[in-house]
Write a new protein. Structure first.
Length: 172
């Protein structure tokens, strides 16, 4: 029986790795100011902690736990260095048909405007927006990851999106 439990646990960890490694590396890379090598180290340590800690990994429970542990690991790295910066990222491909060159140029321009607008927001607001729109976490999961209340997460996302829209409309 013990061997079956260990085999199931190994399969669960492998599935969590396949599902979450890429998004975790992107998220931690942002937290570490664009340093993908250090981000990969933090994510690797996060998966070691997943193996050792035995938190629940089924039913989507692993995602919020992994992002919270990875975030804490990144913050620890930054505290050691006494600095904290964030950078932008280009969203992952959506799997839709190839747009025309003109459409691509328009999308890049809009993305550039949105990224520039987002970079004017406070870092906490940028973080919750990335967790919501790049990683598709619920408000509750974002609250667990960041240590904020669900209502505070909602306010940050709502005001951040509105501010980005205003900045893009005015061209500021």
């Amino acid at each position: 029986m013990l061997m079956d439990d260990r085999h199931d646990r190994t399969r669960q960890i492998q599935q969590a790795l396949r599902d979450h490694e890429g998004p975790l590396v992107r998220y931690v890379t942002h937290l570490l100011g664009g340093d993908a090598h250090r981000a990969a180290d933090v994510v690797q340590e996060t998966f070691f902690k997943l193996w050792r800690a035995h938190p629940p990994v089924g039913d989507g429970a692993a995602a919020a736990w992994l992002f919270k542990v990875a975030r804490n690991g990144a913050i620890s790295v930054l505290r050691k260095e006494k600095r904290m910066t964030y950078t932008s990222d280009i969203p992952a491909a959506t799997g839709q048909p190839q747009p025309s060159a003109c459409d691509v140029a328009d999308q890049r321009e809009q993305l550039g405007q949105a990224v520039a607008a987002m970079q004017t927001l406070p870092t906490r607001q940028q973080e919750v927006l990335r967790l919501k729109f790049q990683n598709e976490f619920s408000y509750r999961q974002i609250a667990e990851i960041t240590g904020l209340t669900v209502s505070h997460v909602g306010v940050l996302i709502h005001t951040g999106v509105k501010q980005i829209q205003i900045l893009m409309e005015t061209g500021a």
